[in-house]
Design a protein around this ligand. Sequence first.
Ligand code: MLT
Length: 328
Amino acid sequence: MQPFTNFVRAALAVATFAATASVHAQAWPTKPITWIVPFAAGGPTDALARNIAERVSREVGQSIVIDNSPGAGGTVGTAKAARAQADGYTMLVGHMGYMGAAPALYKKLPYDPVKDFAPVFRFPDTPMVLMVRKDHPAKDVKALVEYGKQNPGKLFISNAGMGSTSHLIAAMFASAAGIKVSLVPYKGAGPALIDVIGGQVDGMFDQTNTALPQITEAKVRPLAVTSATRVGQLKDVPTLAETVAPGFEAATWYGIYAPKGTPQPVIDKVQAAYLKVMKDKAFTDRLSAQAIQMLPADKYTASALGKHTESEVARWKVLAAKANISLD
Ligand code: MLT
C-alpha cells in the first residue's frame, strides 16, 4: 500500500504546485516589475528601455523599475538576469552585443542567450553615429581614416565595454577602414559619450537616440552613420557605406527576455501589452524622431525575437572572426 500512497502524495504535491503557479501567473503582476539594463544610466539602451517601460507599465498596471547593472559589456547584468527567479518580476533588456555577439567573444560566458532565456518581445532598431570631439582635426570620415593611418593606435575611441555594440561597430569600422584604433571601455555609452564631449577621448559610435541631442547642441561632430541610407535627422551626414566602407551596414537591435521557466501566461501578457503600445502612432512617431527604425509588427513578437537571437549568435561567430574581434 505504501508505494501507492507515496505516489498519490507526490502527484498531489505536483498538482498543487502547478495550480499555485498558474494562479500566480494569471494574477501577475501584483507588485512592481524589474527590467535589468546591463549598462550605466544615461546611455541609449537605458533611454530606450525607459521610454518603452513607461508605456508597457501603463498597460500591465504595475510600475517597471529599471535596474542598471553595468559591467563587462553588458554580460554582468545579463548573468544576473539569467539567475533571477522565473516569476515574471525580473526581465532583461537585451541587445545585439551581450545576447548576440557575446558567445563568439567570451570564452567563459556565464549564461547562454538561447538556453537560459525566454524571448518576450523585440524593440525597434537603432542605427549608430560616428562622432568625434568638436575640436578634432578630422572634418569628415575620410580625414578621420587618414588620421588613423598616419597615427596608428593614437585614435582613442570610447565604448560601453568589450562586446558592447559601440565596441563591436568601432572594431568593424577599424577593420573595414584598415586602421588601428585604441578602444577605451566604459560602464556604458552614457559615460563614454561624456568623455567625447569633454575631449578626453577622440570619438565613439553611439546610437542615434542619445547622439542626436549632443549633435544638435554642437557638443560633438558627427562624421558618418552606420545605416544603409542616410538618417532623416542628419541629412548632411554620409553613411559609412558611401564613404570609407562600401557595404557597411549596422544597427543595434534590442529585446526583452525573461529567465527560462517564466510562466507563458506572463510572457503572453507582456508581449500583448507591448504590441498594443507599438500600434500607438503618437508613441512610435516620438521614437522615429530619434531616428529609431520601426520594424514590421511581426518582427516584434517573442517568436520572432527567439529566431533572431539564434541567427545573430550564429552570424556574430562569422563576423567576429572576419573582423578579428576578440577580447583576449
Ligand atoms: C552599447 O554600446 O552596447 C550600448 O548601447 C551601451 C549603452 O546603451 O549604454
